[in-house]
Write a protein that binds this ligand. Structure first.
Ligand SMILES: [Zn+2]
Length: 205
């Protein structure tokens, strides 16, 4: 069993004070950092994804519907698109960025963002490829937002054959009232949704 932690879109623009603030975002950032420090040896890699927009078309709107269109957020190269300071302080093995020229909810659409690379550089490896190259078969997923990018990332992970666990207490949702339906969808796709304690789940065979 080789396990990675995927930290999805924990960025200032999605936390309190940002243009697309998700309630509990800052607390989740701090809790993820604390959890990683406590369980670092459980993971062979810590991966981050970032929403990283240059010109994502209709994903941005001045009259957003908060389902398919959103206020301007996470513009590549701006402070709000950086990793949350709590996450940036961690030892991260690889940074992935998604959504340069289109909406991208799933981390599996993200590509490695090498330090020093131009924001528009899309030459990096896709997340799924990167994980497989390192023999990673199991992923734990945390971050923002439970009902959007975390959900899409977990669905893609499970569909791609990774043993997938969403650590729900380390996520924050845009619409908490939708979580029961989101959890059902994830479980039907084969993911584990851990909603209470955060003891390590049984390893994949
Ligand atoms: Zn976006």
């Amino acid at each position: 069993m080789t396990r990675a932690l995927l930290v999805v879109d924990v960025q200032p623009d999605f936390c309190e004070g940002g243009p697309l603030a998700v309630a509990g975002g800052n607390a989740v950032a701090a809790a993820i950092a604390e959890d990683v420090m406590a369980r670092r040896e459980s993971y062979s890699a810590i991966i981050t994804t970032q929403d990283w927009h240059i010109d994502p078309g209709a994903h941005f709107s001045e009259a957003p519907d908060f389902a398919d269109s959103w206020p301007v957020h996470c513009v590549a190269g701006t402070e709000g698109a950086e990793l949350h300071p709590s996450i940036a302080a961690l030892e991260v093995d690889a940074h992935f960025a998604k959504g340069r020229f289109t909406a991208a909810y799933s981390g599996f659409e993200a590509r490695v963002l090498d330090p020093g690379a131009a924001p528009e550089d899309e030459s990096g490896a896709l997340l799924g490829h990167w994980l497989r190259e390192r023999g990673i078969t199991t992923v734990d997923i945390v971050g923002i937002a439970t009902d959007h990018c975390v959900r899409a990332t977990a669905l893609d992970a499970a569909r791609a054959g990774f043993s997938t666990t969403v650590l729900a207490p380390l996520t924050a949702a845009v619409s908490p009232e939708n979580l029961p339906a989101v959890y059902t969808q994830l479980r039907e796709a084969g993911a584990i949704v851990l909603t209470l304690g955060l003891e390590p789940v049984s390893p994949a065979p």
